[in-house]
Design a protein around this ligand. Sequence first.
Ligand code: NDP
Ligand code: GDP
Length: 328
Amino acid sequence: MTKQALLTGITGQDGAYLAQLLLNEGYAVHGVIRRSSHRGVEDHRLRWLGVAEKVRLHDGDLTDLSSLLRIVREVQPDEIYNLAAQSFVASSWRQPILTANVTAVGVTNMLEAMRLEAPKARFYQASSSEMYGLIQEPLQRESTPFYPRSPYAVAKLYGHWITVNYRESFGLHASSGILFNHESPLRGVEFVTRKVSNGVARIKLGLAEELRLGNIDAKRDWGHAKDYVRAMWLMLRQEKPDDYVVATGVTTTVRDMCRIAFEHVGLDMEKYVVIDPAFYRPAEVEVLLGDSSKARKTLGWEPKIPLDALIKEMVDADLDRVTRSAAD
Ligand code: NDP
Ligand code: GDP
């Protein structure tokens, strides 16, 4: 019997890589897609990976429980990966209520749809290292207390605990992956790694003269999305649902990440980076560093792609994209 997987957020970065992985593992892959007036472009990441024709998309929205009930009833998924969210921290101060509706209450909608229509399915919740925020321990692990620092992180904390609660209340196979930042050529261009790779490509090709950034002293534990979606899948392979930190265990400043990108094309970042307070945040997460020993031991997971290979891949992809769009 072919296993059925249902992904919310299939049009996002992780959704695209996870869809590719699940197709390679022999799953039938279904995704929730929200109605847009830009029909035809929302699946650009799936197309970039060459999997758009192989997935089945269902019209729905995380804030519309009736749509989720209908989709889960139709698909009868064996596995549900809840990746959809308003996922950009900076936007969460500008749209705090939408962020709460989608990123927090949306998780309950998805869990309710599963509880009512497919209670035997296995559920993955996309939790975030942003929940650690103002860090309470130098190395963050599953037992580290949370201290969220943005409306996004507060909403993710709700999503995390409601997943734990549904597991404990209803015996659902619901797991939460506390993933540290992960990037790829398919990362949204508003996030700092992709903003840098795209900016470097444009400067190198003579289309821009500077790159404006905010707090470049912030530190993140960055990995590759391709490695991280494998951890999601491995969590649902376990007999018992649980929570896992997924991280590389290496933290790097935005400044040093940026230097890797500029040096890759033979440029000196000091000549191009302009600090612009417009990109400072009302409250900052200064440093994140994850301890993924539990995932490594229990899931047999480990990251394969180091930061400098990731950043070079992203810059090369943007050089290619910018060159092609300039030729159009
Ligand atoms: P993206 O921002 O790339 O993708 C978000 C997805 O959610 C998109 O498919 C988007 O659809 C969808 N979405 C947004 N709002 C709704 C809604 N109301 N109803 C249905 N779908 C909706 O995020 P990533 O792929 O990077 O991340 C995946 C998940 O993991 C997110 O929940 C994110 O918060 C979380 N996470 C990510 C980390 C990272 O470093 N990438 C780290 C830790 C957690 P559309 O294409 O229409 O906008
Ligand atoms: P986040 O960890 O989910 O907020 O991921 P981001 O990639 O958006 O931000 C990572 C870090 O880079 C944060 O500490 C930001 O404050 C910092 N940063 C510095 N300059 C910028 C910028 O211009 N854009 C973004 N998105 N982040 C920046």
